[in-house]
Ligand binder design. Structure first.
Ligand code: HEC
Ligand code: HEC
Length: 484
């Protein structure tokens, strides 16, 4: 079981101005017999009154000393933040719950050394064995290291690798099972192709860049691994939530008691089986949601009566051609809708689409450990116990500034149509609501033309540079050498 946390990089996540006391809190504030603390600091006899410097040196030593690192893949870490937030908000003792949840996840989906699907799940009618290619996971796990994914997304997919703190937005925490840029309905999982597209080409305008020289097989193996991490993480969260909602944790209820698995006591065995069945159902539901994604694709049909350019370059060209008048009229209509009361895009994106409207909101990943437990994200003092357990410092989510000419989820008209009609999962960006006679479906195309117009020149420059880069890479690739 992976109750190991690499606290080596924690100090950077504490708020600026954190004091020695904040660092020491970790010893004083947590029950010294806690298995969480124990796993983090194997030496339980550690003096409670170490200086902060000693703590940092010790932490760096744990992180940096290769002798201490166990052989084999980095173990999956428990979701300390998700468990401990219920301690912070409700005073619940969460150590046992977290440990039981992780035993269950390991039993159902394997651990970092042996990633496998539990037999009962594999035998299910829903083809859960096809959610990911378990045979390929080892390859995906290695690529996740080789291609540096772990440096941002963390070994466990918790979104807090060593480079995470420098990124805005933060790298995705896969464990929430929620993704932003996809061709499916808002609450559906992304398709494999959605993930493959992001992994292959990066997410423009963020720290996640295009992967140089990557094969389709490698991308598919990475897709499998991301889904696997997400499945594990979402299951762990579901089990923890279930315990908080359904059990009397303080009264000693267990999420599951592994030692009763083969108990001869009928009552104990029955209780175990009941818990086990619930866990199986959660795991199956999550796996099934991934299988269903393909059925939830939002189909898009381009209009025949509105010109819709598909890039900045094309936009500028069309403005010089025979569609110029129609496109100009479309942009004008788009601006009107954008600023209008009903669509109210300008409320967040600002009157001129510069992203300067509502800039004080947070994304769902941040709200999860702040507003969801009635802590204001600005209240850094109240957050310290969670920051110390791996929560990232809240950063505001900014509406897109269209003048930058960058669309993160793809710049094809179809991509933008889905972003606008479906919304963007985990962010304040809502789905549209049409009002007959005022804001109707064709207006979405006008909106797309309007937002593209705002950054068309910058986009056209970027497109030209990207095309030149592609040609240069083509010339340098070994394959084209052979051709010569
Ligand atoms: C330099 C940091 C960095 C690296 C390296 C990186 N990512 Fe990301 N990744 C991000 C950021 C930041 C986001 C979130 C972007 C956003 O929210 O707009 C992200 C988002 C994602 C998403 C979610 C997309 C969505 O629609 O929600 C996936 C999947 C992903 N990354 C996979 C990978 C994989 C696989 C690798 C390795 C090949 C990788 N990333 C490498 C920073 C990184
Ligand atoms: C409540 C605030 C809010 C409203 C209202 C809103 N947006 Fe957004 N929008 C956002 C935020 C926040 C993002 C950035 C999400 C992210 O990528 O993390 C965004 C992103 C976008 C993107 C970028 C997609 C990409 O791939 O980069 C487009 C296009 C967009 N919005 C269009 C619109 C349009 C058109 C409207 C009106 C119909 C609208 N938005 C209304 C908050 C809003």
């Amino acid at each position: 079981m992976g109750l190991i946390s690499h606290w080596g990089d924690l100090p950077q996540h504490l708020p600026p101005g954190s004091t020695e006391k904040d660092l020491q809190f970790r010893y004083n504030d947590v029950d010294a017999s806690s298995p969480l603390l124990f796993s983090v600091f194997p030496d339980r006899t550690m003096n409670h009154h170490f200086s902060a410097l000693t703590v940092i040196i010790a932490a760096l030593a744990i992180a940096g000393c290769s002798k201490e690192v166990p052989q084999g893949p980095h173990p999956f870490e428990p979701n300390l933040v998700h468990a401990y937030k219920y301690h912070v908000s409700q005073g619940l003792p969460m150590d046992q719950v977290l440990s039981d949840a992780d035993w269950t996840v390991d039993s159902l989906l394997g651990d970092a050394n042996e990633m496998r699907l539990n037999e009962e799940l594999a035998a299910s009618e829903e083809d859960l064995a096809t959610v990911v290619d378990f045979e390929q996971l080892k390859i995906g796990q290695q690529l996740y290291i080789d291609k540096q994914c772990y440096s941002c997304h963390g070994y466990t997919g918790d979104g807090r690798g060593q480079n995470a703190g420098l990124s805005n937005p933060y790298p995705r925490d896969f464990r929430k099972g929620m993704f932003k840029f996809k061709e499916t309905e808002l609450n559906s999982k992304p398709t494999r192709e959605d993930l493959a597209e992001r992994i292959r080409n990066g997410i423009p305008g963020t720290t996640m860049v295009k992967l140089p020289a990557v094969t389709d097989e490698e991308v598919q193996a990475l897709v499998d691994y991301v889904i696997y991490l997400s499945w594990r993480g979402e299951l762990e969260r579901a089990l923890i939530d279930d315990a908080v909602l359904e059990l009397d944790i303080e009264g000693g209820d267990r999420l599951i008691n592994p030692s009763h698995q083969n108990s001869t006591d009928e009552e104990e065995k029955e209780l175990f089986d009941e818990s086990w069945d619930i866990a199986l159902e959660y795991a199956a539901d999550i796996g099934f949601a991934w299988l269903e994604a393909e059925d939830d694709i939002v189909e898009v049909e381009l209009p025949t009566d509105i010109p819709v350019p598909s890039s900045g370059t094309e936009f500028l060209a069309m403005m010089q051609g025979e569609d110029a008048a129609a496109l100009t009229a479309s942009v004008k209509r788009g601006q009107e809708v954008f600023r209008g009361k009903i669509a109210s895009c300008s409320k967040c994106h600002g009157n001129d689409g510069k992203g300067d409207g509502q800039t004080a909101d947070y994304d769902a990943w941040t709200k999860d450990y702040t507003l969801a437990i009635d802590i204001k994200p600005e209240n850094r003092d109240a957050l310290i116990p969670l920051l110390a357990r791996g929560a990232l410092q809240p950063q505001n989510i900014l509406p897109r500034n269209f003048a930058e000419g960058v669309f993160r989820g793809g710049s094809d008209p179809e991509d933008l149509y889905r972003r606008i009609t479906v919304g963007i999962g985990g962010t304040p960006m809502p789905a549209v609501t049409f009002v007959p006679g005022e804001f109707e479906e064709p207006d979405v195309w006008h909106l797309i033309n309007y937002v593209r117009s705002l950054g068309a020149e910058v986009a056209a420059k970027n497109e030209k540079a990207a095309a030149e880069q592609a040609v240069a890479e083509e010339e340098q690739s070994p394959e084209s050498e052979e051709e010569k």
